[in-house]
Design a protein around this ligand. Structure first.
Ligand SMILES: Nc1ncnc2c1ncn2[C@@H]1O[C@H](COP(=O)(O)OP(=O)(O)OP(=O)(O)O)[C@@H](O)[C@H]1O
Length: 231
């Protein structure tokens, strides 16, 4: 079980639309992600990156082919199984999606809401701890409006990691950041992944991130055209 890949897709195809507008977005995507790895998924706009991420993240139903997430088949899986699996994932999106009326700590606590029954004081302690790990120990009571773009994205990283996910799925997490903040956020995701044994799959156009990847997968027109191993 230990060596079971976190993700293994085989012959994954996906279509959007219906009738004349039906269009194939993914063609025979086969990929494997080992535990603890940091993989970057790149490719031109419209090549299918977000579609792959949402399929393996149980955010979209698998239509054709196989997706094994932590050894469990997503194709045809019942909604309750998908919900249980989604609880073991952490998501980081381009727009940080923080609640503007909640403090940094309260936003991070939202990341624990998928784990019902965590006592309030424990949730608060976990959130403060996670904010400390992302270098925001002194900002726990700040509202997002009073944080910089990089700090907000760090809060989003803390929120994604607070529940100790097995897999972090990140979609363009640095798109809105300047060069230094982007490098900080990626190093942070990578470092925290290493410390916790988390697997990361990160979608990006950002060439600055590539030298930090263990592996780079390139998608073009819905097909994987290149797999580069690094390090
Ligand atoms: N909800 C949808 N309805 C119809 N077509 C869609 C939908 N989502 C994506 N597509 C199409 O599927 C293809 C892949 O889109 P996807 O968003 O996965 O690409 P991407 O590589 O993530 O692009 P970007 O880098 O611009 O975010 C594109 O042709 C897109 O137009």
């Amino acid at each position: 079980m230990r060596d079971t890949p976190i993700i293994a897709t085989t012959g994954l195809n996906h279509w959007f639309g219906s009738g004349d507008a039906r269009k194939q977005a993914l063609f025979d995507v086969t990929l494997t992600l080992q535990r603890g790895s940091f993989t970057v998924l790149m490719g031109p706009s419209g090549s299918g990156k977000t579609t792959v991420l949402t399929l393996v993240g149980c955010l979209r139903a698998v239509q054709d082919g196989s997706v094994l997430l932590m050894g469990q088949e997503l194709n045809g899986a019942a909604e309750d199984r998908l919900i249980a699996l989604r609880r073991r994932l952490g998501f980081i999106f381009q727009a940080h999606n923080l609640h503007e009326s909640l403090t940094a700590a309260q936003n991070v606590i939202m990341g624990l809401q998928v784990h019902p029954g965590v006592p309030e004081t424990m949730a608060e302690q976990a959130a403060i701890h996670a904010l400390g790990l992302v270098g925001l120990a002194d900002r726990t009571r700040y509202l997002p409006a009073n944080l910089s773009g990089g700090q907000k994205q760090r809060v989003a990283v803390a929120r994604a990691l607070v529940g100790n996910p097995a897999l972090v799925l990140a979609d363009e997490p640095t798109a809105a950041l300047d060069k230094d903040s982007a490098a900080d956020v990626v190093d942070l995701i990578k470092r925290m992944g290493r410390a916790r044994g988390t697997t990361t799959l990160l979608v990006t156009h950002d060439p600055r991130i590539l030298d930090r990847a263990d592996r780079i997968l390139t998608l073009e027109d819905g097909r994987i055209v290149k797999i580069e191993e690094r390090g």
